[in-house]
Design a protein around this ligand. Structure first.
Ligand SMILES: Cc1cc2nc3c(=O)[nH]c(=O)nc-3n(C[C@H](O)[C@H](O)[C@H](O)COP(=O)(O)OP(=O)(O)OC[C@H]3O[C@@H](n4cnc5c(N)ncnc54)[C@H](O)[C@@H]3O)c2cc1C
Length: 580
C-alpha cells in the first residue's frame, strides 16, 4: 500500500485540520463542490501555501466504510446520505420512464461512489474538442497531465505515469467469468487489448481501476486528504452553495447554507464552480446566469442571459442484458447467505481481495457496432452479478449482467431549475435515444454483445439469457427492450460547455464568458463525453488533466488579479457583502 489509503480512520484528524484554519470569511479562492474536480483543485491551489482556499461541499465527510470498500458502489446507488439520488424527467424515447441519475453528495463527490473504472477516452475525443476551437485540449496537450496525475501500478510509459496522486491498478483477481468473456470476444474476432488507455481503445481485455491495494482511490483520498493537512485550506462539509455573489460582472463570493443558517464568504481572486454536470448549471441559474426567460419565470434577477447554461446535457446510455449462469460462481451466490457474507467480508478484511474488491464491471470489449464507425462506438462489459433493478437486491440465482454503453451519443437535453429554492432538484433531461443514429448504434452494440455471450468460451457458463430472453430475436424488439430497460451510465457532461460559439458557457481556460473571476471546472464543461467513463476520462480521475492546466492558467490569473486585490478589492467587496 502506498501513502494514500483512505480508510475512515483519518476522518477525525482531518476534522482537526479544518479547525486550524483561521475563521476567516475572506479567501483567495472559493471552490463549490468537493467532488472529483473540486478535490484536485483544492490540492493544487493550496500547494504553494500562498493562497487561502475555501472548499464548500453539500454532502458529509467520507468516513463511512462503504465509501472505501470497492463493492460499496452497489450499496451507494440509493443511499440518500451520500447520493443526490436524482431522476431524469420522463424520457420520451424510453417509454416515458424516469431514469435514475445518481451523483455523489459527499466529500469526493461521484468519485466516492462510482464504479471505479479507469477509462479516460480515445485520442480522437480530445482531438475533436481541439477541433471545436478549444486550444490546449488535444490529446497531445492533455496526455502529460494524465501521466502526471497517475500512480499506475504498472509503472510509467508513453501513456501512463507513476508517482501521481491518482492510484490506478489492475484487477486484484481475474474471475473465471471475466476471463471467459475476454476469450469469447477473441473467439468473435476481436483483438486482445492489454491497455484500454494506451495506443488504441479497440479490442478485448481487463479494466484498470481507481483502487490502491483493494481500497477505493477517490479524489478525496488521493488529493484532498493530503491538502487537508495544509493550514491554508478550509473545508466546510454539509454546506449547500445557494448562489454566487457578483459585483457587476465580477464574481466576489458565495452564499451558502449550513443547515438553515445562511452564510457567505468572499473570494479575492476567483470563485470556481465544481458542482458537477447537474448542479453547476443549477447554481449558475440560481445566481442569475442562465436562460433569461427561465430565470424570470422563477423571479430570479437576470445578470446575464446565457442560454447555454444547462443546455446540451449529454450522457451515456447503456443497454443491459441479464444471464443466468450454470454454476454458483457469481457475486449473487457469494453473498446470498449470512455465512457467505461473513466469509467474503473476512476474506476482504484480511487480504483486500475477493468480491468486495471488485469494480462495477470487470472485463470488456470496445467495438465498432456500426460499420461506418472509424473507432469504437460501443463498450460491452461484463458485471459479475445481476439484479432486477439497478442498485436493487441481487437475483436469487447465479447471474451476470452484460452492459453495452453507447459511447458517442448524439442526443442532447438540458438541466433547468424547477424553482428558485436551491434545495429543490433541477429538471434533468438527457433526452436519451433521441436520434436515429443513437438508436441504431445501441441496438447493434447490444446485439453484438449477445453474440459474444453465445460464443463457446462464454456459453459454457451460461444457462439462459433472462433479459431480454431468447424470444427477442429481431432489432425492433431489441430496441424496444432497450427503451424499457436501458439505463444511464452516469457520465453526464455538456451543461456548462466549453467552446468558442455564442452558446458556449466557458472558454478553453474554463472562464465563464461575460464574467471575470468566475470559472466552472468539472465534467459539465466537456463538450461531449466521448469514449470514457468519467465523462471522458476527465471526470473523477485524470481530472488532473484539466486541473493541472490550472497550474498554467493560475499564473495568468494571479498576475491579472494582483492589482485588484491590492487596490480595488476589500472595501468594495465589503459593501457588496453587506448588501448580500
Ligand atoms: C454511480 C456512478 C458510477 C460511475 N462510474 C464511473 C466509473 O466507473 N468510472 C469513471 O471514470 N466514472 C464513473 N462515473 C462518473 C464520474 O464519477 C463522474 O463523471 C465524475 O466524478 C464527475 O466529476 P465532477 O467533479 O464533475 O462532479 P462530482 O464528482 O459529482 O462532484 C460534484 C460535487 O459538488 C457537490 N455539490 C453539488 N452542488 C453543490 C452545492 N450547491 N453546494 C456545495 N456542493 C455542491 C456534490 O455534492 C459533489 O460532491 C460514475 C458516476 C456515478 C454517479
Amino acid at each position: 500500500m502506498g501513502n494514500e489509503t483512505s480508510m475512515p480512520l483519518f476522518g477525525p484528524l482531518a476534522a482537526r485540520a479544518e479547525e486550524r484554519v483561521p475563521n476567516s470569511k475572506t479567501f483567495d479562492f472559493i471552490i463549490v463542490g468537493a467532488g472529483s474536480a473540486g478535490c484536485v483543485l483544492a490540492n493544487r491551489l493550496t500547494a504553494s501555501g500562498r493562497y487561502r482556499v475555501l472548499l464548500l461541499e453539500a454532502g458529509p465527510n467520507n468516513w463511512h466504510p462503504w465509501l472505501h470498500i470497492p463493492l460499496g458502489f452497489g450499496r451507494l446507488f440509493t443511499d440518500r446520505r451520500y447520493n443526490w439520488c436524482y431522476e431524469t424527467e420522463p424520457q420520451p424515447e424510453c417509454h416515458n420512464r424516469n431514469v435514475i441519475a445518481p451523483r455523489g453528495k459527499v466529500i469526493g463527490g461521484s468519485s466516492s461512489i462510482n464504479g471505479l473504472i479507469y477509462i479516460r477516452g480515445q485520442a480522437e475525443d480530445f482531438n475533436h474538442w481541439r477541433q471545436l476551437g478549444n486550444a490546449g485540449w488535444s490529446f497531445d496537450d492533455v496526455l502529460p497531465y494524465f501521466r502526471k496525475a497517475e500512480d499506475n501500478e504498472r509503472g510509467a510509459d508513453e501513456f501512463h505515469g507513476s508517482g501521481g496522486l491518482l492510484a490506478v491498478s489492475d484487477l486484484r483477481d481475474r474471475h473465471p467469468l471475466a476471463v471467459a468473456y475476454v476469450e469469447a470476444a477473441v473467439q468473435c474476432g476481436y483483438p486482445r487489448n492489454d491497455d484500454f488507455n494506451g495506443a488504441v481503445q479497440e479490442g478485448a481485455g481487463y479494466y484498470q481501476t481507481t483502487m490502491r491495494g483493494g481500497v477505493r482511490a477517490s479524489t478525496a483520498s488521493g488529493y484532498l486528504k493530503q491538502a487537508r493537512r495544509r493550514a491554508n485550506l478550509k473545508v466546510v462539509s454539509e454546506a449547500l452553495a445557494t448562489r454566487v455573489l457578483f459585483d457587476g460582472r465580477r464574481a466576489i463570493g458565495v452564499e451558502y447554507l449550513v443547515g438553515n443558517s445562511k452564510r457567505s464568504a468572499q473570494a479575492n481572486v476567483e470563485v470556481i464552480v465544481a458542482s458537477g454536470a447537474f448542479n453547476s448549471p443549477q447554481l449558475l441559474q440560481l445566481s442569475g446566469v442562465g436562460p433569461a426567460s427561465l430565470l424570470k419565470s422563477y423571479g430570479i434577477d437576470v445578470i446575464v442571459d446565457a442560454p447555454g447554461v444547462g443546455d446540451d446535457l449529454n450522457d451515456h446510455i447503456s443497454g443491459r442484458i441479464v444471464l443466468r449462469c450454470k454454476d454458483t460462481i457469481t457475486l449473487n451466490d457469494a453473498v446470498r447467505t449470512w455465512p457467505g457474507k461473513l466469509w467474503h467480508g473476512s476474506h476482504y478484511l484480511l487480504t483486500r481481495r475477493g468480491y468486495l474488491a471488485i469494480p462495477a464491471v470487470s472485463s470488456a470489449v470496445f467495438l465498432r457496432a456500426l460499420p461506418t464507425a472509424a473507432t469504437p462506438d460501443s463498450q460491452c462489459s461484463i458485471s459479475l452479478f445481476s439484479a432486477a433493478t439497478i442498485g436493487g437486491k441481487l437475483h436469487p440465482f447465479p447471474g451476470v449482467t452484460g452492459n453495452c454503453v453507447l459511447l458517442r451519443p448524439e442526443s442532447r437535453g438540458y438541466v433547468r431549475i424547477k424553482s428558485a429554492e436551491p434545495r429543490q432538484a433541477p429538471a434533468i433531461n438527457p433526452n436519451y435515444l433521441a436520434t436515429q443514429k443513437d438508436r441504431d448504434t445501441i441496438t447493434a452494440g447490444v446485439a453484438e454483445m449477445r453474440r459474444i455471450f453465445q460464443t463457446p468460451a462464454m456459453a459454457r457458463y451460461i444457462a439462459e439469457e433472462i433479459e431480454p430472453g431468447a424470444q427477442c430475436d429481431n432489432d425492433d424488439e431489441l430496441l424496444d427492450f432497450i427503451r424499457h430497460r436501458g439505463s444511464a451510465t452516469y457520465h453526464p457532461v455538456g451543461t456548462c460547455r466549453m467552446g468558442q460559439d455564442q452558446k458556449a458557457v466557458v472558454d478553453e481556460r474554463l472562464c465563464v464568458r461575460g464574467f471575470s473571476a468566475l470559472r466552472v471546472v468539472d465534467a459539465s464543461i466537456m463538450p461531449c463525453p466521448g469514449c470514457a467513463w468519467s465523462a471522458a476520462g476527465i471526470g473523477p480521475k485524470p481530472f488532473g488533466a484539466t486541473i493541472s492546466n490550472l497550474a498554467h492558467w493560475r499564473r495568468q490569473l494571479l498576475r491579472a488579479s494582483r492589482p485588484l486585490r491590492r487596490s480595488r478589492g476589500r472595501n468594495q467587496l465589503r459593501l457588496t457583502f453587506a448588501r448580500a
